[in-house]
Design a binder for this molecule. Structure first.
Ligand code: SIN
Length: 285
């Protein structure tokens, strides 16, 4: 089989054809995949037959994996590197995961480098995932806006997301994962390119600005980054493995399917480089 790279949208995304991820892969093909990932940020592999073990084995070639200690309820009880991403009922509540724009684990001091998501059960209609290129969104800012944003930092807080509002164990979760501060513009750990690093699910404020200023700038950045021209919309098929770079993208699981129909995916998460610091009390008021 010959490896083929087929771009999927103008700003990001490519499909990798001609590989069976359950089979040994040459270093040469693996390097091509890594290069494509750095170029396109989101990679799609269709018609795969991965199970948990082979999913973990392929993911590990890219680096160390998260054991999901901060979300033990959702990880596989035997293989902690596998996270179940599903609309299950947990604690009497239907889970609605990822339905605002976000970048995985930006609420921690070691945000995820990458996520590799494999489909298992899909609703017959809807349930796509959208991705936006935070690189391209940064590139298209005016030079004056780039200068203004450089050096600013923002709070990322688990309490910010809609899915966590009303959660009975929110205080406990916030103690386990306290609010952190990251640069608003982050430099990619591999490519050295800059990307916008605030998102509507987790970012609560820009610490150097007055509250009203912060709100206006954040709303601008959220809307700017997720414009259609920066996105790729993934229509899931069973057998897909989709991997994305959390340093250069944001994503959103669309809430346009029947929540009573199972939607089950499994994710591995590649540990990222340390970033940011804990937020101070003053930054949270
Ligand atoms: C996620 O946000 O990691 C999951 C995305 C999805 O369920 O489509």
């Amino acid at each position: 089989m010959t490896l083929e790279i087929v771009p999927l949208a103008a700003s990001l995304g490519a499909e990798i054809r001609g590989v069976d991820l359950t089979q040994p892969m040459s270093d040469d093909d693996f390097e091509k995949i890594k290069d494509a990932w750095n170029e396109y940020s989101v990679l799609l592999f269709r018609n795969q037959t991965l199970d948990h073990e082979s999913h973990v084995a392929f993911s590990r070639r890219f680096g160390a994996l998260d054991k999901h200690d901060s979300i033990p309820k959702f990880r596989d009880q035997n293989i902690h590197e596998i996270l179940r991403v599903a609309n299950d009922v947990v604690g009497g509540r239907k889970q609605t995961v990822g339905q605002q724009w976000h970048s995985d684990l930006s609420i921690t001091q070691q945000p995820a480098k990458a996520s590799l998501l494999r489909s298992d059960k899909l609703p017959p209609k809807g349930g796509d995932t959208l991705f936006a290129s935070s690189y391209q969104a940064y590139e298209d800012l005016s030079p004056a806006m780039k200068t203004f944003l450089e050096g600013l930092s923002a709070v990322h807080d688990i309490a910010q997301s809609k899915q966590n509002k009303g959660r009975v164990d929110l205080d406990e979760a916030r103690q386990r994962t306290p609010p952190v501060v990251h640069p608003v513009i982050r430099t990619h750990s591999v490519t050295g390119k800059k990307a916008i690093y605030v998102n509507e699910m987790s970012t609560s404020r820009i610490v150097e600005l007055a509250p009203e200023e912060s709100e206006a700038v954040l709303q601008f950045l959220f809307a700017h980054t997720t414009q259609h021209k920066y996105t790729y919309r993934h229509r899931w098929q069973v057998g897909d493995l989709l991997m994305w770079d959390n340093e250069s993208t944001q994503h959103l699981a669309l809430a346009d399917y029947d929540i009573e129909v199972p939607r089950v995916l499994y994710r591995t998460t590649l540990l990222g480089v340390p970033s940011g610091r804990l937020a101070t009390e003053k930054e949270l008021t």
